[in-house]
Design a protein around this ligand. Structure first.
Ligand SMILES: *Cc1c(COP(=O)(O)O)cnc(C)c1O
Ligand code: SF4
Length: 395
């Protein structure tokens, strides 16, 4: 089947050149009830959401992303429009569900795993997703990190010899200008032990015009750089978004996608397969499928873990392994990620295990005798590298 990525119509009264200019999109952000009422017929629930939801968490969208929203129950609309239900007390609501404040050894640094950390270079996004897990930080409108904090964060990264990877996050790092971003990338590249740089950004989804030729040509000078993006729904893959992803991978920047399972948005295997296949076709690897975090005001957007595992089970075997995202839940309170996989094990006794595969084939796997198992003789060669990863994280 031919996969199509339809271009988004340019609204009346806007020139094509403006519409495709990312700074125009940011300058014309929709923020108030009145801004949104010009492009969408607000529901009573949204009207109420503008009163309460906005206080809990900023409201903002690019004109481009708001143009993707359809009628009242539209999936994309649920991601960007506030709801009165944000004010309901949920089953679990945490301002900092990931316990990030516990793993915050320097300003703007979240260091949870030994070899990699997050560097929150800005607190600003061009669209505030209503389910955001980092509401305690995002939307403060501080834009780029203050210079004293930047220096402290950078010295922390320099001082941690076991660190291998820095993940630029926020907020959305691609809301920064090319020149600020280049300064960050070049500062990180000057640190010997930083092997991999990741940029976590939702701009290819909410403002794909940000991904200019100039940007990708700048980024490629600091390779290896990976880009982690965040498409949740196949309709977000417009012609503009497809162009952005293509431009990135054409410049050797691998693109990975992290989606969040959301109630009434994408909690159906047909939707996930459609999104994943389109991403794969564009050479973007579906990477994570996250359980929604119990961030404040998100209960109406969360789904159950049982449903998530069921979606994963339905996709298993039917969808190319390349297109398969890993289902994962972030353990609240800074517990880190926990992978969730459908259970194919039927019984287990000593060295014998019986499995039932995705389409019902049952068979046994028997381990070899334990006394035949040896370590590779050259494992020692890699032990120093391995040990360096441990102890890289400070508490
Ligand atoms: C998710 C996460 C990472 C990256 O994890 P990967 O599994 O390598 O993608 C790193 N640090 C923190 C704090 C995270 O939450
Ligand atoms: S792009 Fe990420 S950080 Fe920004 S509002 Fe959405 S989920 Fe939160």
């Amino acid at each position: 089947m031919k996969l199509v990525f339809p271009a988004t119509p340019v609204p009346h009264g806007v020139t094509q050149a403006d519409w495709l200019n990312w700074t125009w999109q940011l300058r014309h952000s929709l923020r108030t009830r009145e801004d949104f009422a010009k492009v969408l017929d607000l529901t009573a629930d949204e009207e109420e959401g503008f009163h309460g939801g906005g206080e809990l968490f900023q409201i903002r969208s690019t004109p481009y992303y708001a143009a993707l929203a359809g009628g009242p129950h539209d999936p994309i609309r649920k991601i960007l429009m506030p709801s009165a239900r944000e004010l309901f007390t949920g089953a679990q609501q945490m301002l900092d569900p990931l316990g990030e404040k516990k793993n915050n050894p320097a300003p703007r640094i979240i260091h949870r795993y030994p070899d990699r950390l997050l560097f929150l270079v800005t607190d600003t996004c061009s669209v505030y997703c209503r389910y955001c897990t980092r509401k305690h930080f995002t939307g403060g409108d501080q834009a780029f990190v203050r210079s004293s904090e930047y220096d402290q964060a950078l010295s922390y990264i320099k001082s941690r010899q076991g660190l291998r990877e820095v993940i630029l996050s926020g907020g959305d790092p691609l809301t920064l200008s090319d020149s600020i971003l280049e300064r960050v990338l070049s500062d990180l590249r000057s640190i010997d032990h930083v092997e991999i740089i990741r940029i976590g950004t939702r701009m290819p989804v909410v403002c794909p015009m940000r991904v200019t030729d100039q940007l990708v040509q700048m980024i490629r000078r600091y390779h290896p750089v990976y880009l982690m993006t965040h498409f949740n729904h196949p309709r977000e893959l417009t012609g503009e978004a497809a162009d952005a992803v293509t431009r990135l991978v054409d410049h050797g920047i691998p693109v990975f996608n992290q989606l969040v399972l959301l109630n009434g948005v994408n909690n159906h295997p047909a939707v996930i397969q459609a999104l994943s296949r389109r991403l794969l076709y564009l050479r973007a690897k579906p990477y994570y499928m996250f359980q929604c975090d119990p961030s404040e005001g998100t209960d109406h957007l969360r789904t159950s873990i049982d449903d998530s595992i069921e979606i994963q089970r339905e996709l298993w075997g039917r969808l190319s392994g390349l297109a398969m995202p890993n289902l994962s839940v972030d353990i609240p309170d800074g517990g880190g990620k926990a992978g969730l996989v459908p259970d194919f094990l039927v019984s287990h006794e000593g060295r014998r295990r019986v499995f039932e595969g995705w389409d019902g084939v049952r068979a046994e796997y028997i381990d070899p005798a334990p006394e035949t198992i040896v370590k590779p003789i050259d494992a020692e060669l890699y032990l120093a590298e391995w040990d360096a990863l441990k102890g890289a994280r400070s508490r």
